[in-house]
Design a protein around this ligand. Structure first.
Ligand code: ZN
Length: 65
């Protein structure tokens, strides 16, 4: 098994096009710089904020006393 011998293809999270997930693709897991920039822009959008807030909440302690 040689790492990188078989480049993995992933679906671009933005446009769902096949993107090569390898060092040859600096925009991975996106297919292009454009899609990466679009994703960065969405970091400040509400849908992403909500997701981050949920993640930030973490695992609550057992509420039972
Ligand atoms: Zn894309």
């Amino acid at each position: 098994m040689v790492p990188g011998a078989k480049p993995r293809k992933v679906a671009c999270p933005i446009c769902s096009k096949a993107a090569e997930f390898s060092p040859a693709n600096p925009w991975r897991p996106f297919c292009s710089e454009r899609c990466k920039l679009i994703d960065l822009g969405q970091l400040s959008s509400e849908s992403y904020r909500i997701a981050f807030e949920e993640l930030d909440d973490g695992a609550p302690e057992d509420p039972r006393e």
